[in-house]
Design a protein around this ligand. Structure first.
Ligand SMILES: *[C@@H]1O[C@H](CO)[C@@H](O)[C@H](O)[C@H]1NC(C)=O
Ligand SMILES: *[C@@H]1O[C@H](CO)[C@@H](O)[C@H](O)[C@H]1NC(C)=O
Length: 318
């Protein structure tokens, strides 16, 4: 069975490589048709299917699964569904330092943050349309087919993340206002965002990787020197990358959420940069297990903020 699937996969790859260039320009054409005035954010560019990536799928992702170090943990307790053995990640500083209290979003505040620009799940890309046809369905009921297709051992981290991602995408979340949506292609992502925002004019994006953003890969002290509101729940959709062998954006509109541009000065070298953060101000129905509460020692109801992670994208009309 395994080798049959692998052959199917190889065949799909061969067919796919013929149509590759046109697939990718079709994708860009689609973007330009739907969002003519919106530059494609780097996160999305980095998730476009490429020929190289399909070689990677064959040679690496199918075996090494080096995408498993994902930010999925950030949704823990917000998403009621998933059970995930990622508690050790809650101790890593690039997760913990991401969270802060709303009162710290003010001029002169000092925050130590570890901005990282390369965590496993960002290495994945959307499957090309042709390749997508060869994939098992993106459904938890097809978990075992997905595990077989991607050669993931049932007890492995890869299997755990794939299961968690599929469950997270299907779990109805009553606290987030509207149902979340998981996009597994650029077309689905754009179509969800434009229909949710009620149009394609004036759609803007912020993502955690603008030029001039903090990029020194360490926990560093920063001083807040500017805070500017960018968007509120009503006109915004936030999309986070989840761990899977290919790119998956989990998009949602959490209630009473505001996105900000936060200007920071690196206390050690005086370099100024802009980061992005969102604050949630209606959290009383959230689980006490929400990772942000745990890290901040806070309870449901607390206004909690976090910086956007690399490759998160907030879409808004403005
Ligand atoms: C994962 O594998 C890809 C392909 O070999 C490589 O480009 C990338 O740097 C790897 N990422 C990590 C985090 O090891
Ligand atoms: C997948 O996750 C669900 C829900 O947490 C769990 O009940 C199930 O046992 C998991 N399946 C596998 C194969 O790990």
């Amino acid at each position: 069975m395994g080798s049959f699937l692998q052959c199917t996969f190889l065949l799909a790859m061969l067919l796919f490589s013929v149509g590759l260039t046109s697939a990718n320009s079709a994708t860009e054409f689609y973007w330009k048709a739907k969002l003519p005035f919106t530059p494609m954010p780097k996160s999305v560019i980095d998730s476009l299917a490429t020929e190289d990536n399909d070689d990677v799928w064959l040679s690496t992702h199918n075996k090494a699964h080096n995408w498993t170090h994902s930010y999925e943990v950030m949704l823990k307790g917000y998403e009621g569904g998933g059970h995930c053995h990622t508690d050790s990640m809650i101790n890593t500083d690039f997760i913990t330092s991401t969270f802060f209290l709303e009162k710290d979003l003010s001029m002169g505040s000092r925050l130590s943050v570890h901005f990282r620009d390369n965590v496993g799940s960002v290495n994945t890309r959307f499957p090309s349309p042709r390749l997508a046809q060869a994939l098992p369905p993106f459904k938890s009921s097809s978990l075992s087919n997905n595990l077989r297709f991607f050669n993931a051992e049932p007890e492995s981290d890869a299997a755990m993340f794939m299961n968690l991602t599929l469950n997270t995408c299907e779990h109805p979340n009553p606290i987030n206002g509207k149902k979340q949506y998981c996009a597994t292609s650029l077309e689905k992502l754009v179509s969800y965002v434009t229909s949710t925002l009620g149009g394609s004019h004036d759609v803007r994006t912020i993502s955690a990787s603008p030029s001039g953003s903090p990029h020194r890969d360490a926990l560093l002290p920063y001083k807040v020197v500017g805070v500017r509101e960018v968007a509120t729940e009503k006109n915004m959709v936030a999309c986070h990358r989840l761990g899977f062998p290919y790119a998956v954006y989990y998009c949602h509109q959490p209630k009473a959420t505001t996105a900000y541009t936060v200007s920071l000065v690196d206390v050690m070298n005086g370099v100024k940069s802009d980061a992005y953060a969102v604050c949630h101000s209606q959290t009383s129905e959230w689980s006490p297990e929400y990772v942000g509460f745990k890290i901040l020692g806070a309870k449901p109801g607390t206004h909690v903020c976090h910086f956007l992670q690399f490759h998160d994208v907030v879409w808004y009309r403005g």
